[in-house]
Write a new protein. Structure first.
Length: 530
């Protein structure tokens, strides 16, 4: 205790230190002489200097140097991980998982050591971080990331099949890596979308006339031929084109009415220059149709496409029977002027030609198909038949099978009946066709009870057979007709907008054209029409 008291007295003499680091052990080891003398605490010998805030810049430089060294030196932990930045989202995939699929895009990147080749496989590449950049959809890459981790490629219903196919092709994946259930659903959706896109494109081609703008520039009288083509083929191009379409439709109706009335005996008594009035009307219609066809042929920009068009083939069928009839009638008149004793074989030839002439005259009824050029309903019906050609062929195949089957059954059942109309299988074809179509004229009927049972089976088969495709065809026709009308409305509005802009530009240019009486200042401050 005696040794402690002098030390306590010394501590009482000391005032509180202003510094945090004081060497108190040094003061305890001082001699008595030094203790009794005054020892100011402000002296540097007894206070440890404060060095924690010194050389701050040196510490920052050292830290930056360490960071630069860490950047320049490769990180051994990141060498086994491939970093992929897709649309701003970073994905890190172990390299061993990627190397299981070396033929994919990421697999080739993981194996590639050439920086130039890496840039050809990705959009950008960070050498320091070993990070590959792709400007693709990050939402879709989640499924790619899951594929590398789990070896299974999931196909979700929310994904667009067309976009999914493009992404699969880009990343180098195969659909066989997905489960069978996903693959079946994906293929069905993809086929449906492709069919819809194909149908929409064909509907657009039905409405929009084929016209090559560049071809008219190199043609003789290109502007005139282009204007004439628009007049006859594009009723939405101008008011005159619409009037021509109405006029052409009226000519078709008039020619059909004239052809029909020409068969009336009372009307054939009124003649003008050796021909009936209806024949003169038909001649005028034929001249109009012929001139219309040749004008279309001369103004088209693509003759191959023009010849392959179904509507142009209908135009040929509409006028060719009349010219064939003229040739045959001339041949018949020349043969009649011959003496029968001189050439009997020519007379036999004349009778055959007359039969052919009747068939040729009957072909004029196909003239009504020219209305399909200006009728949306007829074009929709023809488009429906083309799209449902497989269903229609199957329908006729089933009808033919039913006719042959039930006619053979009816013949085997009714052949022993006295006075039976089913004496052979070909004789029973008419009955089977009428029964399957559920018309039932009643001119040929079975007599035996077993034959009536066969007839009931034939009628039942016809009801079932006719009920299946009719609903399909009707739904298709309604859908195509609505889409065709929508395409017509869209195309007509587009054409009107284009024509309006063209007229406004012409008027605007005319307004700002220099006038003969304008001064130089007016010409200088006049704005340009372009």
């Amino acid at each position: 205790m005696a040794s402690v008291r002098p030390k306590m007295k010394m501590l009482k003499k000391r005032r509180s230190s202003l510094f945090a680091s004081i060497k108190r052990e040094v003061s305890f080891s001082q001699s008595i002489e030094e203790q009794e003398c005054e020892f100011p605490f402000s002296q540097d010998s007894s206070v440890k200097p404060w060095t924690s805030m010194d050389n701050l810049d040196a510490l920052d430089e050292e830290k930056e140097e360490k960071q630069n060294q860490s950047k320049t030196l490769p990180n051994p932990r990141l060498s086994n991980i491939v970093t992929i930045n897709v649309g701003g989202r970073v994905f890190r995939i172990p390299k061993k998982l990627i190397l299981r699929y070396p033929k994919t895009r990421i697999g080739v990147l993981a194996l590639c050591s050439d920086p130039v080749k890496r840039l050809t496989l990705c959009d950008d590449y960070n050498v320091l971080n070993n990070e590959f950049f792709f400007d693709r959809d990050p939402m879709f890459f989640h499924y790619i990331f899951h594929f590398y981790c789990s070896n299974v490629l999931w196909v979700m219903d929310s994904l667009c099949p067309v976009n999914f196919e493009e992404e699969m092709s880009f990343w180098g994946l195969n659909l066989k890596d997905s489960p069978r259930c996903c693959r079946i659903s994906y293929e069905e959706k993809l086929d449906d979308i492709r069919d819809q896109l194909k149908v929409n494109q064909e509907l657009i081609d039905e409405i929009k006339p084929h016209k090559d703008e560049d071809a008219y520039e190199s043609m003789f009288l290109g502007d005139f031929r282009k204007a004439l083509w628009d007049l006859m083929e594009n009723p939405y191009s101008s008011l005159a084109a619409k009037a021509f379409a109405v006029f052409s439709s009226l000519f078709v109706l008039i020619s059909i009415v004239a052809m029909t009335l020409n068969t009336v005996r009372e009307l054939r008594e009124y003649k003008l220059a050796g021909k009936t009035y209806m024949e003169w009307v038909e001649i005028g219609s034929i001249l109009f149709f012929t001139s219309e066809y040749f004008l279309r042929l001369m103004t088209t920009s693509n003759i191959k496409h023009f010849v392959k068009s179904a509507l142009n083939f209908v135009d040929i069928v509409a006028v060719m029977p009349y010219f064939i009839q003229i040739i045959f009638e001339t041949f018949v008149i020349d043969a009649e002027n011959m003496s029968a004793q001189e050439d009997l074989k020519a007379m036999a030839r004349v009778s055959k030609v007359s039969k052919v002439l009747k068939v040729v005259k009957l072909m004029r009824i196909f003239r009504i198909l020219k209305l399909a050029r200006h009728s949306t309903g007829m074009r929709a019906f023809g488009f429906t038949i083309r799209q449902c050609s497989e269903q229609v062929c199957c329908l006729f195949l089933f009808i033919a099978m039913g006719i042959f089957t039930f006619s053979a059954l009816m013949h085997s059942v009714e052949v022993d009946q006295p006075g039976t109309p089913f004496s052979s299988i070909p004789d029973a074809w008419w009955w089977a066709a009428v029964s399957i179509s559920t018309v039932g004229y009643g001119d040929v009927i079975p007599v035996s009870y077993l034959g009536r049972c066969v007839a009931f089976g034939c009628i039942s088969f016809g009801i079932i057979l006719n009920g299946m495709p009719i609903s399909i065809l009707f739904n298709k026709f309604s859908d195509y007709y609505a889409k065709l009308k929508e395409q017509e409305y869209t195309y007509s509005n587009t054409e009107r907008t284009f024509q309006l802009k063209k007229r406004l530009r012409l008027k605007f240019d005319n307004c700002f054209e220099p006038q003969p009486g304008d001064s130089e200042d007016e010409l200088h401050y006049r704005p340009s029409g372009r």
